[in-house]
Design a protein around this ligand. Structure first.
Ligand SMILES: Cc1cc2nc3c(=O)[nH]c(=O)nc-3n(C[C@H](O)[C@H](O)[C@H](O)COP(=O)(O)O)c2cc1C
Length: 320
């Protein structure tokens, strides 16, 4: 690869970002003055994400990682969302001061931790740091730590999760992105490797019946009940508008929230069912007291041991 190794390293850090179903729906173009991140629509998940909302949020997560990695090397960044036929995020690089080192160090350590947490409260000073990290023009972040609020959100997660589990198209799409065997996870270097989701791993030949055995509506709902009740709180991200530019902003805000959590030893995991199921989303927006808004992400947080890290495809595969 002839690209500047320094820029390749920035792109590598970008790919470690959170992204829906670990589809890694991005392509990178590296220019010394401007790095561009393009959507890879071949990696859409059209059942769970029919309007590419998650895809653009994922691009925002990657752009934020890239920006933080650039700041840690003494560059400044200016992110511009370009819409139209060549939709992309341009990240202009210039000389600046070294900053964001704690968030930079958290990039390779951040993970979605889909396990039970320890149920202990997070200190008010840590919550203040999380809110400050997530601050982003065009995005509101609401933090819920009361048990009664967690229960109300849990009810909506169970309602929406039940609808998804009853939808054969949703289950088929998810199955396509699940990697139950280590061999399959290593071959594709994408998707949801079972070990990273706290599920059993299995050789490919038995993966399909095992998936059917483990992936049942009642047991999944019970899992979410325990996971949400053991969490210290839930963060909800709401963009000011319902368009790709704001979805990118939501991704940037969430990624910084996740990195600041990681730096504080706090884990997080998405419980996005209430924003993914179209008929539950307005109910959730009303519960939030924002009936005209589209809530974008729902994320629980708390403390727990790490799970195995998820894989990423090689950089050479995502360069254009
Ligand atoms: C927009 C978006 C939506 C996501 N939705 C979910 C979700 O509904 N459930 C879940 O468990 N993880 C969800 N995730 C987390 C991804 O599955 C995760 O980031 C990806 O598998 C990579 O793993 P990592 O975060 O551990 O690096 C979502 C992430 C993003 C950015």
């Amino acid at each position: 690869m002839s690209a500047d190794p320094d820029l390749v390293e920035l792109a590598r850090f970008a790919t470690l970002a959170a992204n829906g179903h670990n589809t890694q729906p991005w392509k990178f173009h590296l220019d010394p003055a401007t790095v561009s991140i393009f959507p890879d629509f071949a990696r859409r998940t059209q059942v769970v994400d029919p309007d590419d909302h998650h895809l653009y949020v994922s691009l925002g997560c990657a752009a934020e990682n890239l920006s933080i990695a650039a700041h840690s090397t003494g560059r400044s960044t200016d992110l511009i969302f370009e819409s139209g036929p060549q939709t992309r995020i341009d990240i202009a690089l210039a000389n600046g001061t070294v900053r964001d080192e704690a968030l930079h160090q958290a990039i390779p350590l951040r993970q979605s931790t889909r396990s039970d947490y320890d149920g202990q409260p997070i200190s008010a000073s840590d919550i203040t740091l999380l809110k400050a990290a997530a601050r982003q023009e065009g995005v509101s972040v609401l933090i819920f730590t009361e048990a009664s609020d967690r229960e109300a959100i849990l009810d909506l997660v169970v309602e929406a999760n039940s609808a998804q589990m009853d939808d054969p198209a949703f289950v088929a799409e998810l199955r396509d992105w699940i990697r139950m065997s280590p061999k399959q996870a290593l071959e594709t270097q994408d998707g949801l490797f079972a070990a990273c989701t706290g599920n059993p791993i299995a050789p490919a030949w038995i993966a399909s019946p095992l998936f059917d055995m483990f992936f049942q509506k009642d047991s999944e709902n019970d899992k979410y009940r325990t996971q949400i009740r053991s969490s210290s709180g839930i963060a909800v991200f709401v963009g000011d508008a319902e368009d790709p530019e704001h979805w990118v902003k939501v991704g940037r805000s969430f990624q910084r929230f996740a990195l600041q959590s990681t730096a504080l030893g706090i884990r997080n995991a998405h419980i996005n069912q209430p924003i993914e199921v179209a008929k539950v989303r307005p109910e959730f927006a009303r519960w939030l007291g924002m009936p005209d808004a589209r809530p974008d992400l729902v994320v629980r947080f708390g403390r727990a041991p790490a799970l195995p890290m998820s894989l990423r495809r090689p950089i050479a595969e995502i360069m254009i």
